[in-house]
Structures are given as C-alpha cells and as structure tokens.
Design a protein around this ligand. Structure first.
Ligand code: GDP
Length: 445
C-alpha cells in the first residue's frame, strides 16, 4: 500500500536527515522533492501545492529542538500535514437513536461496493450489532447472488424481493423500504443497503439512489470508490457528492494502490471524511480509517513520530541547551546522568523506546527487555553523597563498599557503573570535539 509514495517521501526527507541544519535553501529543495512525489502519486495539484506550502511555513517558523535532528523534526511536520490532508480526526458512523440505523452504500460498478457491504456487516457484528443486508442492486442477478454468498459465510441475513420465478424484482426502492421494515420487525439494528452501480456515472443511476435516499432517509450514506483510479476517483467522488451529499467515503483496493493520490486528495477536494479503508478481497480486510495511523504508514516511520512527541514532552529548549553546555564543558556528572535516566524512563519503557526506532520494533517484539537495569543504577547513584556524584574520582574502595551495601548490589556492580560512566564521558568529549562548537540546529530564516 502506497509503496511508491512512501519511498519518494522518505527519499525527500532523507536529503535533510544527513544535514546538521535546516535552512531556507534545503527546505525549499526538500519541498520541491515532496511536491514532485505527491504529483507523481497522482495527488490533486492544488492539494500538493498547499501541502508543501504549509510544511515549509511550519518548518521555517518552528523552534528547533536540540534533542532531535532536523530530519526527524521535518518528518514530524510532514506527518502532521499528511494527517491533516487525510482528514485529521477519525470520524465514526452515525448511529440512529431509534434503531434501525440505515446505511446507504453507493458507488460505481466494480468499485467493491458489494464486497464492502458484507465486510461492513461483519465488522458491525464484531462490535455487537445485528445487521441486515438489503440487496437493492436488482439489475444484475449476479449481484444479488454475490451478496447472498458473501453474507451466508458470515451468517448475516440478506433481504431480497423476488418474483414468482425467483428472479429479483427490479424495484430497488421497494427492496430498500421493505428491508428497513423487516429490520424493525426482526430486531436487526442496522440495515446496509447495497445499491446498483454503473460503469460510469449516469442520470438513471443517480436518480435511483436519490429516490432510495428520500424513501428511507438514511442515517449514513457511504460512497465507495476504487482508490487505484487516482484522480478519476476524486472526480467521481465529487459528482456523487453533488448529487447525494453523502456522509463518508470508503476507499477500496488500497492493497493494490502504490500511489495514494485518491486517498490524499479526496478529503480536501470533497470535504467529506474517509471512514473506512478496504485492503483486500477477504471479508476481514476492512479497517476503520484513522488519518494519523495512515500518515504513519505512508511515512514508514510512525515510530519516530511518537519518539519525537515523547521527547518534546520531556525536554524544553532551555534544558536541552543546558545539557549540551555541560557535555561540552565536561561538567556532566553522575547527578546529571541520574536526571537523564529519570527523563528517559518518563518517555516510556526501554522496550517501547527501542521499538520506536524504525526497523528495530519488529525485531525486538519477542525480546524480554529488563527495565530494572535502570533501577539498580539509580539506587547506586542515590546512595552516593552529592560530592561523590559530582566528583566520581573520589570513589575509593571504602566508599564503593558503602554504596554497594546501601543500594543492595555487589561492589563489582558499583565498579562497573563507574567504569561505564567514565567511558561515556570520554565518548561525549570526543563527540563534542567532532561536532565543533556543538551543533546549533536553529533554523535560519
Ligand atoms: P461492486 O460492483 O461495486 O459491487 O464491486 P464488487 O464488490 O463486486 O468488487 C469488484 C471486485 O473487486 C471483486 O473482484 C472484489 O473481490 C474486488 N475487491 C473489492 N474490494 C477489494 C479490495 O479492497 N482489494 C482488492 N484487491 N480487491 C477488492
């Protein structure tokens, strides 16, 4: 899903990731690449333009944190913007206060409408509802058969009206109205009406759906569209909306959509939320649409997004600068080390944090990571006097034995901590020299 878009966006962001600073010049270059990636993905021109303008404005206007790299921060801004164009918040189906809730499903033929109706029935059942499907796609006998076949696999009843020969009666409005009545009589709390689609938008189809709409007064009208058709999908969405004023969009066949143009454009162009995404032919391949999760998937780095957010919660710019200064002037002592450990732990469990590093999460999912390792280190530092914390070099044998006793560990653990701390300081010194005066990552306007 969206592989080619993801690859191009990641490529664009990569170009800043390697750089120490962001400035107007490289932001502009990155924005050009992002815009190209979006247009290649068949995103609506206006949407792509607004997207990059917003990202640029935010990138150049925001205070840059020293605790994250410019590339990470730009990724977060792009992520926020992706979430916004995908709709921002997740929007639920509206249920009727007085059941049954009537859901009218419309779309072109072949968009995946009938499959979606069955998927939705299954989904609603798993949420404790009792759906009834209405086969109002009456012109293709195969459509009614198809719905019945799909529904029997999930034990959901289908309402149909047949003539004496067992053929579907070609009266979609009647099927819809009677299905609602049937639901009321049989205590089914949701009616999902599958309507007829055509290959292309035509008057008769639109009129029929509109008539069903006035007849059953649905609580929710969902428009189903094949996301692989890119800008055609967006145009169809627009036309259906003008006629039907629907409540939500269902994007189907996302599993085959490598570009994502429809997904990224529909919300902005039509101003209606995407409510569901369908990602395969099987009946469980349906997900409720969450813009933020989708943005994470597109960027392939949802993990970093959470990491940056957590870091932002724990560090402000002043604290980060003070810490850098201490490292630079080699004043970083065991007390500072202790404070950092506390902060890191507030960001989450070690396993959580490791899992946020792209690529690592999957590999450590079955690993047992010991959060108590921190506890021992903290206990040892707590057992030291303030003078010992700021001057670890005074820690002789007697002091080390006392600390071990006070924190319930062995003397060799104390020795190890002191050794590791010394090595860490050495490394900090080297890093500090390597990065010259310490990297200042403020955005230059
Ligand atoms: P309708 O004419 O709009 O009712 O469309 P159908 O529900 O009959 O679907 C048309 C074709 O698309 C069928 O072969 C479905 O199996 C397939 N299809 C539907 N949804 C998806 C999806 O999310 N992914 C994939 N790969 N195929 C789908």
């Amino acid at each position: 899903m969206f592989e080619s878009l993801s690859e191009k966006l990641e490529g664009a962001l990569q170009s800043v990731t390697g750089q120490g600073r962001i400035n107007e010049l490289n932001v502009a270059e990155t924005m050009r690449e992002i815009r190209r990636a979006l247009l290649n993905a068949d995103v609506n021109y206006q949407v792509a333009k607004e997207f990059t303008n917003n990202v640029k404005e935010k990138a150049l206007g925001e205070d840059v944190l020293t605790s994250v790299t410019p590339g990470q921060q730009l990724t977060k801004i792009v992520y926020d913007e992706l979430t916004r164009v995908l709709g921002g918040e997740h929007v639920e189906i509206e249920y009727a206060e007085d059941p049954p809730t009537v859901i009218l499903v419309a779309g072109l033929q072949g968009s995946g409408k009938t499959t979606f109706c069955s998927k939705l029935a299954k989904h609603l059942r798993s949420k404790g509802r009792a759906p009834l499907l209405a086969a109002a796609d009456v012109y293709r006998p195969a459509a009614v058969d198809q719905l019945q076949k799909l529904a029997s696999g999930i034990n959901v009843p289908v309402y149909t009206v047949s003539d004496d020969d067992g053929k579907p009666v070609q009266d979609a409005v009647r099927v819809a109205e009677e299905a609602v009545e049937e639901a009321r009589n049989t205590a089914r709390d949701v009616v999902i009406i599958d309507t007829a689609g055509r290959m292309h938008i035509d008057e008769a189809m639109m009129e029929e759906v509109s008539t069903i709409k006035s007849a059953v007064d649905p609580n929710e009208i969902l428009f189903v569209v094949d996301s692989m058709t890119g800008q055609d999908a967006v145009n169809t969405a627009k036309e259906f909306n003008e006629q039907l004023d629907y409540d939500g969009v269902v994007l189907t066949k996302l599993d085959g959509d490598t570009r994502g143009g429809a997904a990224l454009s529909i919300r902005s162009v039509v101003q209606k939320p995407i409510k569901f995404a369908s990602t395969g032919e099987k009946l469980d391949a349906l997900t409720e649409f969450y813009p933020d999760r989708m943005a994470q998937r597109i960027l392939g780095m949802g993990d970093v997004v959470s990491f940056v957010e957590r870091a932002q919660e724990q560090y402000d710019e002043k604290q980060a600068e003070k810490l850098q200064e201490k490292i630079r002037s080699e004043d970083f002592d065991l007390q500072d080390f202790y404070d950092q450990l506390q902060r890191i732990q507030k960001m989450g469990s070690v396993k959580d944090l490791l899992g946020m590093i792209p690529g690592v999460g999957r590999q450590i999912k079955d690993l047992d990571v010991d959060d108590d390792a921190f506890k021992h280190i903290e206990a040892m530092i707590q057992s030291m006097t303030p003078k010992e914390r700021s001057h670890p070099e005074i820690l002789n044998g007697t002091r080390r034995r006392r600390i071990a006793r006070g924190s319930g560990v062995e003397v060799r653990d104390v020795n190890q901590l002191i050794k590791q701390f010394r090595e860490m300081k050495k490394m900090m010194k080297t890093m500090s020299k390597l990065t010259g005066q310490g990297r200042s990552m403020n955005l230059k306007k």
